[in-house]
Structure formats: C-alpha cells, structure tokens
Design a binder for this molecule. Structure first.
Ligand code: CP
Length: 321
C-alpha cells in the first residue's frame, strides 16, 4: 500500500505529530495515496476493517473531522458508533475514562476522540486497550488535520522540501498550527508564523519557526499560505483591538493576493470566517485548495484507521505467542 515498504508502522495510537518521524509521516501519506483510489470506484468500499468497531467520541463540535472519520470507517467496512456528550451519561458526571471503559466493554476496537482538554487522548490511550486517534485536543494537537494539510501540499507542489509556508492568524489557540508546524518542518518546509503578538503562543521561541508580525512583509515570498480561524470561543477576552483592524492587517484579500506568487496555494482548515481572515473571492478563487483539503481528509483518515488497526493486530498476535 505504501511506497516506502521498508518502514513498518508500529503505533496503535495516533496522539500527535510531534513524536512522529518524517519517515512515519511519509508512510501515512503514501498509504493514503493508495486509499484515495477506493473513493473513485463505483462501489466505494474495501474490507480491511470488516468486523471492527470504531467509536467517534466528540466532546466538541465538528463537521469535517467527524464526517470524514465516519465516512473513512464506513469505506473500510467497519461498524461505527457515534457517541455524543449531550445524549450520554457524561452529562450526569461520568468521567472520560469510565465512559471509555464502558464503551470498550461493548467490544470497540478504535476510539476517535475530540476533547477540549489537551492530553485527553493520551490519558485515554493509557487506560484502555483499544486504539486511540486524536481528532483534536484543546490547544494541543490535531494530527489528522496536519496530515491532510501536508498531503494536500505534496499533491500540489510535489514535495514540501524548501517550501516557504506561512501560517497566519490565531496561532495561540490553534491545535492545527501546532500539528502543522511539526508536520511541515519535519518534511523540510520553512514555516513562518504570522499574526499580532497577542495571538502568538508563549512558547513560540521554542518552536522551529520564524515569526513575523506583518503579513505584507512576507506574502511575496510564500509558496503556501494557511489562514487560521480566529477562535473567539477559546479567548477569555478579545486579544486584538478590533475585527476590522485584524482583517486590515492579516486578512487575505484580493489586493494582497496580487502581490503573492502566481502559484501560491491558499489553505484553511475550516470553518471559515468569511470576510474576517479571508475574503470569499480568495477562499473560492483559483489558488484555493480548501475543499481539496476536505476531500483529502478522507483518504488520510482511512490510512490512519487502517494503520493503527494493523499495529494493534500485530501487538495482539505477538502477545499470544
Ligand atoms: N478542521 C476541522 O477540524 O474542522 P471541524 O471542526 O469541522 O472538524
């Protein structure tokens, strides 16, 4: 399935990108390329997860991640359970681990979890036997978003080596930015974080990135620009003077795009605040790969589900010996 056949994927959990090697990331991307073909068939199904049960545990809202994990599991013939916080005993105070152990007692194989607390997927992985996939935890990581981002860049540009990538906006509250930084730099790109000082994370000096406080200073040099959503819901109070001012200095609009390279690709993880961080003409324009990112998320999540399950089966086999 993957081009780099010498490497074996040995992780039964995908908790983040930070701990992965470049080889492991490329192995997932190569595996995803193989799975992309399934979605072009008239019968869009393959059997690798037949008889396996995947549970989606989303403690925060999601459209793209939740739907694409559900579809990915379905394409691989798994059975899927959707867990919702509101309709579960979590609303009566049951803990995350007790909830997961009870679900596990029903015989699930893979937990896909999104949680507002950073570290929740790791905690879960230490307390249950099932595979755990992080679908976004607090400000920490969103590994499958980063994987689909680098997959999309590789598809558009051939390789990430030497590319100049700008990540613009609310870096402080963005788990996407953290996972992207690790994935992009491990694959050889030069990453610049761009935004107002109040939206930079306090640990920025320890990250392998450049920092720039003026989009106009760097836009001409970028090969890829990734616009982030302002996450008002995670801010105690607004961390910049006004939306209008933010949009003026950091919004991606048609005027700014005139100064960018002709083949720059425009990315956004979604959901988009149209007219705030990005103008509709740019979000829907010829350089935009925003919907391609969503489509690619399906193949990437199929690959991740497949690989963690393979690792779990190998682990179970070696335990029996
Ligand atoms: N990019 C992303 O995580 O989108 P959702 O919140 O809709 O899943």
């Amino acid at each position: 399935m993957a081009k780099n056949s010498k490497l074996k994927w040995n992780r039964k959990h995908l908790l983040g990108i930070r701990d992965l090697s470049a080889g492991e990331i490329e192995f997932i991307l190569d595996t995803a390329e193989g799975f992309a073909e399934i979605s072009t068939r008239s019968i869009k199904k393959a059997p690798p997860l037949r008889g396996k049960v995947v549970v989606n545990m989303f403690f925060e809202d999601s459209t793209r991640t939740r739907l694409s994990f559900t579809l990915a599991a379905s394409r691989l013939s798994a059975d899927i359970i959707d867990f919702t916080k509101k309709a579960s005993s979590v609303s009566t105070g049951e803990t995350l681990i007790d909830t997961a152990r009870n679900i596990e007692a029903l015989g699930i194989d893979i937990v896909v979890i999104r949680h507002n607390a950073g570290g929740a997927p790791k905690l879960l992985s230490r307390n249950i036997n099932a595979c755990v996939i992080n679908a976004g935890d607090g400000f920490n990581e969103h590994p499958t978003q980063a994987l689909l981002d680098v997959y999309t860049i590789r598809q558009a540009k051939g390789s990430l080596k030497g590319l100049k990538i700008g990540i613009v906006g609310d870096i402080a509250h963005s788990r996407v930015a953290r996972s992207d930084i690790w994935a992009m730099t491990k694959l050889g790109a030069e990453v610049t974080l761009i935004g107002p000082p109040t939206l930079m994370p306090s640990c920025v000096d320890r990250l392998p990135v450049n920092v720039c406080y003026k989009l106009d200073d760097v836009i001409e040099r970028l090969d890829v620009i990734n616009m982030l959503r302002i996450q008002f819901e995670r801010m105690g109070k607004q961390q910049f003077p006004s939306i209008r001012e933010y949009s003026h200095f950091f919004g991606l609009n048609v005027e700014r795009m005139k100064r960018a390279k002709g083949d720059i690709i425009v990315m956004h993880p979604g959901p988009i605040n149209r007219g705030l961080e990005i103008e509709s003409e740019v979000a829907d324009g010829k350089n935009s790969v925003i919907l391609k990112q969503v489509s690619n998320g399906l193949a990437v999540r199929m690959a991740v589900l497949f690989l963690v399950n393979q690792a779990a089966m190998r682990e179970a086999k070696s335990r029996k010996k």
